[in-house]
Structure formats: structure tokens, C-alpha cells
Design a protein around this ligand. Structure first.
Ligand code: HEM
Ligand code: HEM
Ligand code: FE2
Length: 473
């Protein structure tokens, strides 16, 4: 007899749990490689030739993308059955795909670490369909094909659940975002020889993900958690969600132009990119208003304080990282000086963490206590530890952002502003920035401590095992 979990509306929601657990394991890996690189920035030979910087960077960013994808899938497997008001179409398929994706992910990371990249390309037949070698999309072509297969199976499973069940705005927005995610990934298979064209398509993946369809996924997860923890009417929440996603798409699609300034594209992009991307902070700001408004209008005190904190925190941090730090360098006359500087890294870190790492943790914070059979919320001690994790990670990431911003400003000052001939070389500039890179490393260590705290919060004493609770019921 299978054990019932009384805290789940539908038992098939349980497939979300391995996705969440594995996502957090990869998150730990991501941070370890971030720290390795942070050290290599100041001690150049650290771990050379065992783990060169370019390999650590690839592992760091790929683990990020993959753990977020696991997080999104887990979130969808939890959210869609509840919204559709029926069991998941096929829990078995969800578990099979979990193992396929996990195995492909682990093998790919091992490939990066154990084989020189060119060797990996040769081993995996990259010359048949060359797709490797572009930032974030370094995966061997066979891994990319694997990702597409997993995505198709996933969309089929979620889609069938939706088709047969209740169709809510939240689940339709999430589905649209997930389909967009899969469709834009297909541009990673097109790798034109011409570098300018190559850049266009590369940004169709990277930009249209984070400043387009992923915002839909974020918005729907946020709306779902807000309904649950505030008890505010669905109609109100849905109106907000419509406005947010409309603004995200209106500004984000043409906003892609802010990456076409210097790649050899027509000059009109200087204007289109600047104007539309300058409006991209608006949907992020709307999410802040949304979360705080709903929480202040709440109809009930939800016992899971940590989940409300994550829900509000993700909107504020995303607005700062994507909205404010994005705006800082998005106008062409500014970007002319800041392009590809440490300022870009400052923005990339706070935006990815604030929007996507934190929304996944919001969902995990809400769903995990139920998935683990604990009830609506973990005990008070576990929540306190989780809240410590929240603040340590978030404030450390803000500190990382501030140090990188300072480094970026000095870098622009020394390397980009002076007239030709008077500018410092790239490497001499980096030497001048060492103090900021040390400080970034220290903040990174605190981030890891925060992550450990967060993971430790899952160790709850005195929990009632699901089986016992079910027997008692
Ligand atoms: C959550 C949403 C966002 C995420 C995760 C994100 C992430 C990133 C990352 C990782 C990069 C570096 C890409 C590379 O390797 O070259 C980047 C570049 C950039 N982002 Fe964002 N971003 C977001 C939203 C925004 C917004 C809303 C704006 C504008 C208001 C913006 C403006 C820019 C600009 C101008 C660049 C190019 C920087 C350069 O020229 O070096 N981003 N973003
Ligand atoms: C211990 C904390 C971390 C440290 C020390 C760290 C360090 C680094 C370093 C050194 C790079 C390479 C920059 C370069 O190429 O010059 C990098 C890239 C990157 N990291 Fe981290 N990282 C950390 C945490 C994170 C987190 C939590 C996220 C997101 C949730 C993240 C997202 C990224 C992204 C998106 C890039 C590519 C940035 C770009 O292209 O501009 N990192 N990180
Ligand atoms: Fe962008």
C-alpha cells in the first residue's frame, strides 16, 4: 500500500520533491565553483591546471541554469495539479524524466571537468551539428538534444494535466512561459558562422529567457504562493498577473536590442534597445507592489513566515538586480563604456539571484513542508534557521554586487574612459581592482554560510512521519 501524504491535495504532487532536492544539491555545486573562481581572480594559479578558470566558469553558470530548470519543473509539477484540480497526467513519466535529466546533467558536468573542452566536442560529435562554445550554451549537442527530449516530455505531461483539468490564469501563464522557454532554447541549435548573426541568436535564447518568458514563470509562481499565504481573492491576484506579464513582454521583447548595440547590427537598435529596455524595470517594480499589497491585504496569518519573507524578498531583490542594476548600463551612451565590465557581472549576479534563485526558493519554502509531510509550515526553530539563511544569502549577494559595482566603476575609469594610448591595459586594470575581488570573495564565503544555514533548516526535530500521521487519521 502506498503511503498517503495528508498534506498534499493531490498525491502526484509528490514528484516535485526529488526535483527540489536535486536543484538544491546543484546549487551547492554552483556556489563552490563560484568560490573557486573568486579565489582564482586573486590567486591566479589556484587549482591550475586541475580546474582552469574557463572550466570553473562553465560549471558555475551551467549548474545555475540547470538547477533553476529543475526548480521550475518541480514548481510546475507541484503547482499545475493543484491549479488544474486533478492528479498529474503521468507521475511515472515525471520520475523517469527526472532521472534522465539528472544523469545527463551529471555526465555533462563531469565531461567539463575531466575532458578538455575541445576533446569533449570531438567525443560528442560536435562537428555533425556544431552548437558548442557559446556562454551558457556550452553543453555538447547530445546533451542539448537530451534537454529538448526532457522538455517535450515535461510539457506533454503538464499540458495533458491542464487540458483535462481546470484552466486557471496562473497555470496558463506558467504553461506559456514554459513553452517559451523550450522554444527559445531551440535557437541554441543554430550557430551561424557569421559572428554578428551568431550573437543575434544567442541573445534570442539568453535575453528572451530572463527578460521575457522566465518572467512569466516567475510571475505565476509568485501569484500561486501569494494566493496560498494571503488568502486574497484569486480575481485580484489574476488582474495583477495579467498586467505584469503584459508589461514584461511589451518591454522585454524589443528590449533585446540593448544587446545589439556593438555587434554590427543596424544603428536603429541603439534607439530601440535603449528606449524599450529602459522600461523593463516597470514589470519588476509592479511585482514588488503586487507582493507587498497582497501581503498587507492578507485575510489570514499563514504559519509559514519564511515563505512570505521569500515571496516579498524575491520581488525586491529582483527589482534591484534586474531593474535598477539593469537600468544602470542599459542606455547605449552608458553601455558604450560599461559593456562587458565588472558592472555586467554585478548586474548578472543580483538579477539571477533575486529573480530566479529566490523565486525557486520561495516555492520550495512553501511546498517543501507539505511534501515532507510536516504540514503547512516547519516548526519555529526550523523557520528561524531558514530566515537566517535568507538574510545571510541575500545580504551577501548584495555585498557581492556592491563590490563588483565598485570594481566596475574603477575599471571603466582606468580602462575605458581615457583616450587611446592613455588607457590602462586590461590586465593592469585588473591588478588595481584586487581589493574589490578579495572583498567579493569574503562576501562569497558568507553566502556559502547562508546556504548551509538554509539547508540545515530542513533538519527538523520532532517531526511526525507521514505514515504515522496517516495511520492516526
Ligand atoms: C531577471 C532578469 C535579468 C537577468 C537574470 C539578467 C542577467 C544578465 C546577465 C547574466 C548578463 C550578462 C550576459 C553576458 O554574459 O554577456 C546581462 C547583461 C545585460 N543586462 Fe541583464 N538581466 C536581467 C534583466 C535585465 C534588465 C531588466 C535590464 C535593463 C533594464 C538588463 C540590462 C542588461 C544589459 C544592458 C546587459 C548587457 C551588459 C553589457 O553590455 O555588458 N538586464 N543580464
Ligand atoms: C559564492 C558566491 C559566488 C561567487 C564568488 C561567484 C563568482 C563568480 C565569478 C568569479 C564569475 C565569473 C566572472 C567573470 O567571467 O569574470 C561568475 C559568473 C557568474 N555567476 Fe557567480 N558567483 C557566486 C554566486 C553566484 C550566484 C548565487 C549566482 C546566481 C544565482 C551567480 C551567477 C553567475 C552568473 C550569471 C555569471 C555569469 C555572469 C556574466 O556573464 O556576466 N553566481 N560568478
Ligand atoms: Fe537583456
Amino acid at each position: 500500500m502506498t503511503i498517503m501524504n495528508p498534506h498534499l491535495k493531490f498525491q502526484s504532487q509528490a514528484v516535485a520533491k526529488p526535483y527540489f532536492v536535486f536543484a538544491l544539491m546543484l546549487f551547492v555545486g554552483q556556489i563552490l565553483f563560484g568560490l573557486i573562481m573568486g579565489l582564482q581572480y586573486v590567486v591566479g594559479d589556484f587549482l591550475f591546471p586541475l580546474i582552469p578558470f574557463n572550466v570553473a566558469r562553465m560549471v558555475h553558470t551551467n549548474l545555475l541554469i540547470v538547477w533553476l530548470l529543475f526548480g521550475f519543473m518541480g514548481a510546475a509539477y507541484y503547482l499545475v495539479p493543484e491549479e488544474a484540480d486533478r492528479e498529474l497526467h503521468s507521475p511515472k513519466l515525471a520520475i523517469i524524466l527526472f532521472w534522465v535529466f539528472a544523469a545527463a546533467g551529471v555526465l555533462t558536468i563531469l565531461g567539463y571537468l575531466l575532458v578538455p573542452y575541445a576533446g569533449l566536442a570531438a567525443m560528442t560529435g560536435n562537428e555533425l551539428l556544431p552548437t558548442m562554445g557559446r556562454e551558457f550554451l556550452e553543453q555538447p549537442t547530445i546533451t542539448k538534444i537530451g534537454i529538448v527530449v526532457v522538455a517535450l516530455g515535461f510539457l506533454y505531461n503538464i499540458g495533458m494535466t491542464l487540458l483535462k483539468g481546470r484552466k486557471t490564469t496562473i497555470s496558463m501563464v506558467m504553461m506559456t512561459g514554459l513553452i517559451g522557454l523550450a522554444v527559445f532554447f531551440l535557437f541554441s541549435f543554430y550557430n551561424p558562422e557569421n559572428l554578428a548573426r551568431d550573437k543575434y541568436y544567442w541573445w534570442f535564447v539568453v535575453h528572451l529567457w530572463v527578460e521575457g518568458v522566465w518572467e512569466l514563470i516567475m510571475g505565476s509562481m509568485l501569484a500561486f504562493v501569494l494566493i496560498k499565504i494571503t488568502g486574497v481573492d484569486r480575481e485580484v491576484i489574476e488582474k495583477w498577473l495579467y498586467v505584469i506579464i503584459a508589461m514584461a513582454l511589451i518591454t522585454g521583447i524589443l528590449g533585446t536590442g540593448h544587446h545589439f548595440f556593438w555587434i554590427g547590427a543596424p544603428e536603429v537598435w541603439l534607439w530601440v534597445g535603449s528606449i524599450f529596455s529602459a522600461m523593463e524595470p516597470v514589470p519588476f517594480f509592479a511585482m514588488v507592489l503586487f507582493a507587498f499589497n497582497m501581503v498587507s491585504r492578507r485575510r489570514r496569518e499563514h504559519p509559514n513566515r519564511a515563505a512570505s519573507l521569500w515571496a516579498m524578498g524575491t520581488t525586491v531583490t529582483a527589482f534591484l538586480g534586474a531593474g535598477v542594476w539593469g537600468f544602470l548600463h542599459t542606455l547605449a551612451p552608458v553601455n558604450y563604456y560599461t559593456h562587458g565590465s565588472q558592472l555586467t557581472a554585478a548586474h548578472g549576479h543580483l538579477a539571477f539571484y533575486g529573480a530566479y534563485a529566490m523565486i525557486v526558493m520561495t516555492m520550495i519554502s512553501y511546498a517543501m513542508p507539505r511534501l515532507r509531510g510536516l504540514g503547512e509550515a516547519p516548526d519555529a526553530r526550523a523557520q528561524t534557521v531558514e530566515i537566517w539563511g535568507f538574510w545571510l544569502m541575500t545580504l551577501s549577494m548584495v555585498a557581492i554586487t556592491l563590490f563588483l559595482t565598485a570594481a566596475g566603476v574603477v575599471q571603466v575609469w582606468l580602462q575605458r574612459m581615457p583616450a587611446d594610448g592613455a588607457a590602462l591595459s586590461f590586465m593592469s586594470t585588473v591588478d588595481q581592482l584586487a581589493v574589490f575581488f578579495w572583498l567579493r570573495l569574503v562576501a562569497g564565503v558568507f553566502f556559502l554560510i547562508g546556504l548551509v544555514c538554509y539547508l540545515y533548516s530542513f533538519r527538523q526535530r520532532g517531526r511526525v512521519p507521514v505514515a504515522v500521521a496517516a495511520a492516526a487519521a
